[in-house]
Ligand binder design. Structure first.
Ligand code: UD1
Ligand code: UDP
Length: 359
């Protein structure tokens, strides 16, 4: 029996871990110990996902002081190290590119413990993003690198990481697995459209939370202006991340659209399935828009999910008001073309489970 310690701490990581945990259970022969770093802590950012997606209750759940990235990461490191020493797992499993990811990978590598990284190889080539630093450092110390796309594989090859004693595989994307599996339950488990009084295909779905947008007054002001302009023409639904809420208040900005609390995964899938178009700076939402055949306006200056922009499924606008308005106008009436399949066949989690069992 192989023992894996999974380190998760943020909303998208709970969703990804739900898919992989299910595959681990189905595979058999692996004992998973779950550690929640406490990076996300509001019920709507954390516990709701454990309830909805039936993720096992974490064996370890920290509470951290989120004042700065260094303090946050240091606090996580200490707790994760203790858990590793106590549990003596065969490997550590981390997801994505958050501070929780880096803390898990670093604590493990200091103890010479194999690290398995889901969503390895993604690059935005913007070192100002905390996520880019986290993902590069995590890939560097990982022993099993599970890439979601062919481009991610290529990035690792270019960096000389796809060799020697590392396992580097294109598994496909675990978020695609999650979307396929949970989408089937949405009709029974979400009534968000009725609650909000909105109709299918008649609204734009917007999310904004990335530090490069929220922590820059000029950029956030321009994005808010664009949203308010769009809201004069369309119904705009915006589940507001707590970080963005805080900064909008701090900058005295005013959102004039349908602002709602962050929603659970089933409500989000319903909003995605039925929207007309997505505008987002989220990594996950860019892909989910594609999974549900919606065009995406990407509110960033670059993306790790370049296959979407190359295929014309997503348009990069940054925080430029004019570009945002133009992208919506260009995409609004265009039928969605879904030629290629970029993210595997929905079995990424099963492939990952098979590799984890090999330790
Ligand atoms: C983090 C990740 C980001 C990921 C996102 C997913 C890093 C560096 N960033 O960003 O890559 O896209 O999670 O959503 O790891 N807050 C609350 N309640 C919560 C969580 C956060 O109020 O449950 C507020 C706090 O004021 C906190 C701020 O949001 O200081 C930022 O949270 P943090 O976890 O540092 O970063 P995210 O923006 O969520
Ligand atoms: N999500 C959700 N409720 C929300 C906003 C997002 O369930 O109110 C889901 C979304 O569908 C996706 C994931 O959270 O699966 C993405 O998380 P986020 O945008 O916070 O992070 P990122 O993907 O940018 O790291």
């Amino acid at each position: 029996m192989s023992k894996v310690l999974t380190v998760i701490g943020t909303r998208p990581q709970f969703i990804k871990a739900a898919a992989v945990s299910r595959a681990i259970n189905e595979h058999g022969g692996i004992k998973e110990v779950m550690l929640h770093t406490g990076q996300h802590y509001d019920d709507v950012m954390s516990d709701i996902f454990f309830r909805e997606m039936e993720i096992p209750k974490p064996d370890y759940h920290f509470s951290i002081n989120t004042s700065t990235h260094a303090t946050m990461t240091a606090q996580m490191l200490e707790g994760i190290e203790q858990a590793i020493l106590k549990e003596k797992p065969d490997s550590i499993l981390v997801y994505g590119d958050t501070n929780s990811t880096l803390a898990g990978a670093l604590a493990a590598s200091k103890l010479h413990m194999p690290v398995a990284h889901v969503e390895a190889g993604l690059r935005s080539f913007n070192m100002d993003m905390p996520e880019e630093v986290n993902r590069i450092l995590t890939d560097r110390v990982s022993t099993q690198l599970f890439c979601p796309t062919e481009i991610a594989m290529q990035n690792l090859k270019n960096e000389g990481l796809a060799s020697q004693d590392k396992t580097v595989v294109n598994t496909g994307d675990v978020m695609y697995d999650a979307a396929l599996y949970y989408a089937k339950q949405v009709a029974q488990r979400s009534s968000i459209l009725q609650q909000l009084g909105i109709s299918t295909d008649k609204y734009l779905l917007v999310t904004v939370h990335r530090a490069e947008n929220t922590d820059d007054k000029n950029r956030l002001t321009k994005i808010v202006n664009a949203i308010n302009l769009l809201a004069k023409q369309y119904t705009v639904v915006l589940p507001l991340h707590p970080r963005t809420k805080k900064m909008i208040e701090q900058y005295h900005l005013q959102l004039e659209c349908m602002v709602i609390e962050p929603v659970g995964y089933f409500d989000m899938l319903s909003l995605l399935q039925h929207c007309h178009l997505v505008l987002t700076d989220s990594g996950g939402l860019q892909k989910e828009a594609y999974f549900f055949h919606k065009y995406c306006v990407t509110l960033r200056d670059q993306t790790e999910w370049v296959e979407l922009t190359k295929a014309g499924c997503s348009t990069i606008t940054g925080a430029d008001e004019d570009k945002i308005m133009q992208a919506v106008a260009d995409m609004y009436d265009k039928p969605f073309k879904n030629g290629s399949v970029f993210y595997g066949d929905g079995n990424a989690s099963a492939i990952i489970a098979k590799h984890l069992a090999s330790y």
